[in-house]
Write a protein that binds this ligand. Structure first.
Ligand SMILES: CC(=O)SCCNC(=O)CCNC(=O)[C@H](O)C(C)(C)COP(=O)(O)OP(=O)(O)OC[C@H]1O[C@@H](n2cnc3c(N)ncnc32)[C@H](O)[C@@H]1OP(=O)(O)O
Ligand SMILES: CC(=O)C(=O)O
Ligand SMILES: [Mg+2]
Length: 349
């Protein structure tokens, strides 16, 4: 373990000082773009103002023979669109650390776009050692290329070993921005008998006991991901970083996508991935608190100006604990309102 002081020391001479607090950013959806496809890349300028984050994906879903083109496309994208001016984050998902590609990718990204990339997403993180490695590598490259703002790290939780070590991963470096659930690789890692990218499964259910009269038994689908998800959210919250739901692969099922995203939002997640343009609006709506809930939360704060004591609002008891929940809700809404005029009007800020 590093000492408390050592934790915030730059890891290379000339590297920027690590962030002490995460930059305050709205990250309701991380929109995935395949950067080797010129046709899709050309549309990013149009899509960017409608999202919070654009992510150039270099890993899974990019064919092996297109990895170089995807990297070149990412650098081009970072120059073609002024993401910072739009208030949109630019993230890159690199290939995993045991692949032949990640080293050249990180070196090229920091050299050619190090001052424009906000977050590097690292797939298949197994334990804190993966974060220590990439943390040191980034510091050395940032020092070499005079990058003045540390690039943040986001881990994907998508192996059984990663889930086992999620608490140490969350706290491995001041660069850690957040963690996303990776349900597709995690399913494979656990030998789950599914063929899906996230969401539920009709076979995973509870069923009531048999009735004496033989009438049909009620059976309800359960959430396959609840345990992992809750473990990830607690690890992130404890370490002051952000949890995210990952991808929802059934592009043709917006209703289930919305439900999955909503469960994540209610559990404390900051956002989710959008794989297709149709999922952007779903994520935006779900991860922006409901205006009615925000209005009620404002009433709680107004009823208890110093956050202590007890109050009754519409038959519901309020005290310090509900005041804190209300503050989470109102702070989130205020942050979104500062970025998004549509929601500023809905929230009355
Ligand atoms: C488990 C994981 O690792 S998940 C992360 C890895 N996977 C990804 O990143 C997938 C990203 N998404 C995609 O590649 C695509 O959306 C696909 C392959 C899923 C579907 O693509 P398509 O079959 O082309 O979808 P569809 O025909 O509905 O597309 C409609 C339009 O949106 C465009 N589009 C589709 N996806 C995207 C996207 N992610 N970003 C921007 N534009 C997109 C298409 O190019 C098409 O444009 P056009 O009308 O000008 O031709
Ligand atoms: C998100 C991801 O990479 C996965 O589900 O495997
Ligand atoms: Mg994966």
């Amino acid at each position: 373990m590093k000492t408390a002081r050592g934790f915030f020391k730059p890891l290379a001479i000339g590297a920027p000082a690590p962030w002490r607090e995460l930059p305050a950013r709205v990250e309701r959806m991380i929109h995935f773009v395949p950067p080797h496809l010129e046709k899709v890349r050309a549309k990013v300028g149009e899509i960017a103002p409608t999202v919070d984050v654009i992510l150039a994906n270099l890993e899974d879903a990019i064919p092996a023979d297109a990895k170089g083109a995807a990297l070149a496309g990412t650098i081009a994208l970072s120059r073609e669109v002024d993401f910072a001016a739009l208030g949109v984050g630019l993230w890159v998902r690199i290939n995993c650390l045991n692949s032949p590609w990640h080293l050249d990718e990180v070196a090229t990204l920091v050299e050619k776009a190090g001052d424009r990339i906000d977050v590097i997403m690292v797939p298949k993180v197994e334990g804190p050692w993966d974060i220590f490695y990439i943390d040191q590598l980034l510091a050395s490259l940032e020092a070499k290329h005079g990058v003045t703002r540390p690039i943040l790290l986001h881990a994907i939780l998508e192996t059984a070993e990663g889930v086992m070590n999620v608490e140490q991963i969350a706290g491995a470096s001041p660069r850690m921005q957040g963690i996303s659930l990776g349900p597709a690789d995690l399913a494979a890692s656990r030998a789950m008998k599914t063929t899906r990218v996230g969401g539920g499964h009709p076979g995973y259910r509870v069923i009531e006991d048999p009735h004496a009269d033989g009438s049909p038994r009620v059976s309800v689908q359960q959430d396959l991901w609840h345990y992992t998800f809750a473990k990830m959210v607690d690890a992130c919250a404890a370490h002051g970083i952000k949890p995210f739901y990952g991808p929802f692969g059934a592009i043709d099922d917006p209703v289930a996508c919305e439900q999955q995203f909503r469960n994540a939002f209610l559990m404390g997640c900051a956002g989710a991935w959008s794989l297709h343009p149709s999922q952007i609006a779903i994520a935006k709506q779900v991860f922006s608190p409901d205006p009615t809930e925000v209005a009620f939360a404002k009433r709680i704060l107004e009823a208890m100006p110093d956050g202590s004591g007890v109050a009754m609002i519409d038959g519901k008891m309020q005290d310090d604990a509900t005041w804190k929940q209300a503050k989470v809700m109102v702070d989130c809404a205020r942050q979104i309102a500062a970025k998004d005029a549509e929601y500023a009007a809905l929230y009355g800020f």
